[in-house]
Design a protein around this ligand. Structure first.
Ligand code: UDP
Ligand code: MG
Length: 300
């Protein structure tokens, strides 16, 4: 069975068109399917259209409501908790994703992949966003070893089993494709159409790309280092400490053997700051280890 999960916030013009298209396509392909619409605290009439739809009584359409706006990530999570299917599709409600791409995504899953991410083609972004995306993509590829071209694309399909070992919270849904990859599942990507939004407004401002990048970094940190914080803090603190230490060592050497007085050498201050900051950061790592240890002890 296929569960299509659609988070929405104030998309009243888009929802009826989208559900009609989805039902049309899924019926044509004879999919056994359900559409889970997650209302993320909408303040317009998005909900009433769904409640009046004949498909709701046929149990094809399911509606879940948040009392207030909790964000797209939380909405996806609420949808997953209701989903019965062993194949899951995430898509946006704003008609930017093309329902015709669903069979193509599912075809990849049939070929043995566990997770298929979309690559949006035909995006009409500003020059600035394009440059920024390029930079973020390179960073993700080089430092986080991302296999994806368009990690922020909300249109994706996957088998339910990839959800093991992943907890949705806050905004970490942006990191979800990477986590699946790190967990050793077979992932791939295909181009998907991306249309201009016609009705309603984008819910994320221009800062979304930057925030998205920060979210990915946070998730990366939590995912890689939450069990061993000292490795992370130790590396950074160690770099600070040793730089400061070697500068101080050099200054001491010159003081002792060449009698260069220290009172007129401001770089000494710099070295001292580096040493102190380094020690602080390393100790933060120890506190992190302590927290992990105590929480493990309490949960075992
Ligand atoms: N969305 C949501 N809660 C939010 C923000 C967005 O449910 O707090 C939904 C929104 O209604 C849409 C999808 O998430 O269905 C993607 O949002 P949007 O189209 O605004 O993002 P963009 O395409 O501009 O990145
Ligand atoms: Mg959109």
């Amino acid at each position: 069975m296929l569960s299509i999960i659609i988070p929405f916030h104030n998309e009243e013009e888009n929802i009826p068109v989208l559900t009609d298209r989805l039902i049309d396509i899924c019926s044509k392909h004879n999919f056994e399917f359900e559409i889970i619409l997650v209302d993320d605290g909408s303040t317009d009439n998005s909900k009433s259209g769904i409640q009046n739809s004949k498909f709701q009584s046929h149990k094809i359409l399911k509606l879940i409501s948040h009392k207030k706006r909790l964000g797209k990530g939380q909405a996806l999570f609420s949808g997953l908790q209701e989903a019965k299917g062993d194949t899951i599709v995430f898509m946006d409600a704003d008609l930017q994703d093309d329902s015709h791409d669903i069979p193509k995504l599912l075809e990849k899953l049939d070929q043995g992949y566990d997770f298929v991410n979309g690559i949006r083609v035909g995006r009409k972004d500003s020059f600035l966003i394009k440059i920024y995306s390029l930079f973020a993509k390179l960073f993700l590829k080089v430092f986080l070893h991302s296999p994806y071209t368009d990690i922020n694309c909300g249109f994706k399909a996957f088998k339910r089993k990839v959800l093991n070992n992943f907890t949705f919270y806050g905004n970490n849904f942006r990191f979800f494709p990477l986590a699946v990859y790190y967990n050793g599942y077979k992932v791939t990507e295909i181009p998907v159409q991306n249309q201009q939004r016609i009705h309603g407004k984008s819910k994320f401002g221009v800062n979304k790309v930057f925030i998205g990048f920060l979210d990915t970094l946070t998730a990366y940190f939590l995912y890689k280092f939450s069990e061993r914080p000292l490795h992370f803090f130790g590396m950074i603190g160690g770099a600070f400490f040793s730089t400061g230490f070697f500068i101080a060592l050099y200054l001491s050497y010159e003081r002792i053997f060449y009698n260069k007085l220290l009172f007129n050498r401001p770089v000494l201050l710099f070295a001292m700051v580096l040493i102190l900051v380094g020690i602080q950061v390393i100790l933060t790592g120890f506190i992190g280890e302590l927290i992990v240890y105590i929480s493990k002890k309490n949960s075992s």
